[in-house]
Design a protein. Structure first.
Lengths: 310, 341
């Protein structure tokens, strides 16, 4: 058992959990905005993938990771705009269009990476390397875990604070949540439901895009097919476990990623457990947590329901 | 009325998405040089640009084209689509190549329905039962053993790691051979294996490498295809060594990749195609090729003292001469030589 203790007392485990949580967290935070306003966006995976691809393309073309990030966000926003148009303006089925966009993004990025780079050999590009801030990273234990991280960790910290404030402490946040609870009543009170839902979908696209761009520009500095690895779907589960709260989304994504980081470490330890069991661990734990808290969460009442103005 | 119009629109979006996805997933290179009329199709489990297993398969298909065949392929084919893909390809091709041992079962199932079509399954150590199927097995454990010889000499902590996509028997056999090779030059080493459960998730591959580095492991051997790029990336960040797999991966990260196990599936596939073009395809057999023919090899050793390379050359010759016994892939796999799959 001392081996188990070794794993849980190692700072590297927690640093890894934060790295692994990051893309899931960004996507989940974006989804909180969309779902609070009544939109279910299952197209997170596609948005992330497009941003990951756009990031590498932009950085490769200009040599600047910042330009890459911008192009990645634009790509994710294009997907978000299509999703918003179908789901909000046309009143189409949100699940169907989300799935369609995921498939589109998967095929499109694979196709474009072969069309742009000979034989699909995507190069290594300039990205945002891990930071080593003076003073902060010298703090024992916490320094390496919290501060010797990607720039994106700092962005995430700001994003969660701003999101919490915007959703719960502003009139805009109140109107947004009203649209998610009862769009008809909101409309009759003069809230422009279409406008609000367009806003949340675009915010969702930008945040999911940050998650995807972190994978390509903040971690791997290249693009490969389907590199998001289903993290956009995990984010959907994280939102439910987090009960649609930005702050709880931090903990929910960390819970998942901690299991993931633990599963990788336990395989090299003396603890003899089947690898398959370890690989399933993050999903099993997520499912258990969901089973425990289901029914006690505050799901927006009008979630996923199309609002057609009369 | 609005609702009806919108669901029709949603259906259109799905249809469009499928079309785009299909474009990304398959290629149709019907530009064979001097076309012999032989039509070859390949089914690949991963992406043709993964700098590993699937890429060598795709290069093999290009050699088929050089041999005069007309070729087509479908990449990233998920398990539920194996059978449908096989049936579709069988209808208008002369030779269907499944790249990876996992296609053995489905080839055996489909082959009786298409007696005029020949089937090749790569990386499959079993002897096929039907006479229109040929299995190609690169004797990859020989290369894995040599990779171990390098790793055993390169390590300073005496801790080696292996990162693998899945616990496929073919991969586990190579892990064993790697460990044996390392122990032959350095009896003090320990070896830990990690299975990712994916060949595509680059981020997970990187994380696995970083986790191993934190554990004191300083040389990692990977068989993880696209995820292996993440392994190399993570190892570079941590300043430890990687032994690549498939092609020479030194160019991915020149300081990190000290050697690569070459598995030239392309050559094996090309040879099988040449035979088919010449009308000499021999079904019902298992073709095993290794160090002798160059299908299996070790890349040059980089960044290490010259005596490491010398030791590799020495052991390589000993394996070819049969003086060093390397456990073959077929050995130790339950049920090898019987049944299919």
């Amino acid at each position: 058992m001392s081996d188990l203790l070794d794993i849980f007392t190692s700072a590297a485990l927690y640093a890894a959990a934060i790295r692994l949580a990051l893309p899931v967290f960004f996507a989940a935070l974006g989804e909180v905005f969309a779902e609070r306003s009544g939109l279910v966006n299952v197209g997170l995976e596609g948005m992330m993938l497009m941003a990951a691809f756009g990031g590498v393309l932009g950085s490769d073309l200009t040599g600047s990771p910042m330009m890459g990030l911008l192009l990645g966000l634009v790509f994710a926003l294009v997907i978000a705009a299509v999703q918003a148009f179908v789901a909000v303006n046309l009143g189409g089925d949100q699940i169907v269009s989300g799935i369609a966009l995921n498939i589109t993004a998967l095929g499109l990025t694979a196709y474009l990476s072969r069309a742009i780079w000979e034989g699909g050999n995507v190069p290594q590009v300039n990205g945002f390397p891990t930071l080593d801030p003076p003073i902060l990273s010298d703090i024992p234990i916490l320094g390496p875990i919290l501060f010797e991280q990607s720039l994106f960790v700092y962005i995430a910290a700001v994003a969660v604070a701003v999101s919490w404030w915007a959703l719960t402490r502003t009139a805009w946040g109140l109107r947004l949540r009203a649209c998610g609870e009862d769009p008809r009543a909101s409309d009759s009170l003069g809230i422009d439901v279409i406008r609000v839902r367009w806003q949340t979908m675009l915010i969702c696209g930008a945040l999911a895009g940050l998650g995807g761009a972190f994978l390509s520009l903040g971690s791997l500095f290249t693009f490969s097919d389907a590199m998001t690895g289903g993290r956009g779907f995990i984010a959907l589960a994280v939102v439910i476990i987090a009960s649609w709260s930005p702050v709880k989304a931090v903990w929910a994504s960390l819970l998942f990623s901690l299991c993931e980081a633990f599963a990788l470490r336990v395989q090299t330890s003396d603890i003899e457990l089947p690898a398959e069991l370890m690989l399933a661990l993050p999903y099993v734990v997520t499912l258990i947590v969901y089973a425990v808290i289901v029914g006690r969460t505050a799901m927006p009442a009008a979630l996923g329901r199309t609002y057609v103005r009369e | 009325m609005t609702v009806r119009r919108s669901s029709a629109l949603a259906a259109l979006v799905v249809a469009l998405a499928m079309t785009v996805a299909a474009c990304g997933d398959s290629g149709d290179d019907t530009s064979g040089g001097d076309s012999s009329g032989l039509k070859v199709a390949m089914v690949l489990p991963g992406a043709i640009n993964d700098k590993g297993f699937n890429q060598t398969g795709y290069e093999g298909l290009q050699q088929c084209e050089d041999a005069g065949a007309t070729t087509t392929y479908k990449e990233m084919v998920p398990v539920p689509e194996f059978e449908q893909t096989y049936e579709t390809f069988s209808q208008d091709n002369d030779l269907v190549i499944g790249h990876g041992f996992e296609f053995g079962e489905i080839a055996a199932k489909v082959a009786p329905d298409f007696p005029d079509v020949d089937y090749v399954v790569t990386s499959n150590p079993l002897k096929p039962e039907q006479d229109n199927i040929e299995h190609l097995m690169p004797n990859s454990t020989q290369g894995a053993y040599l990779a171990g010889v390098v790793a055993g000499q390169a390590t300073e902590t005496n801790k080696l790691g292996g990162i693998f996509g899945f616990d496929f028997p073919v991969l586990m056999a190579q892990a064993k051979a790697f460990e044996a090779g390392a122990k032959s030059v350095n009896p003090d080493i320990t070896f830990e294996a990690v299975y990712l459960g994916t060949f595509d998730d680059v981020a997970k591959g990187k994380e696995a490498a970083q986790s191993m580095a934190a554990d004191g492991i300083d040389v990692i051997y990977h068989i993880a295809d696209a995820a292996g790029i993440g392994v190399i990336n993570g190892a570079t960040e941590e300043g430890i060594y990687v032994i690549g797999w498939g092609a020479d991966q030194n160019e991915v990260a020149p300081e990190t990749v000290i050697a690569s196990q070459i598995v030239d599936q392309a050559k094996m596939i090309g040879l099988a195609c040449q035979a088919a073009v010449d009308g000499e395809f021999e079904g019902g057999g298992l073709v095993v090729d290794g160090l002798q023919s160059g299908v299996i090899d070790l890349s040059p050793v980089y960044n290490l003292p010259e005596d490491v390379q010398a030791k590799v050359d020495e052991v390589k010759q000993q394996i070819i001469d049969g003086e060093v016994e390397v456990p073959s892939v077929g050995g130790g796999i339950p049920g090898s030589g019987e049944g299919s799959g």
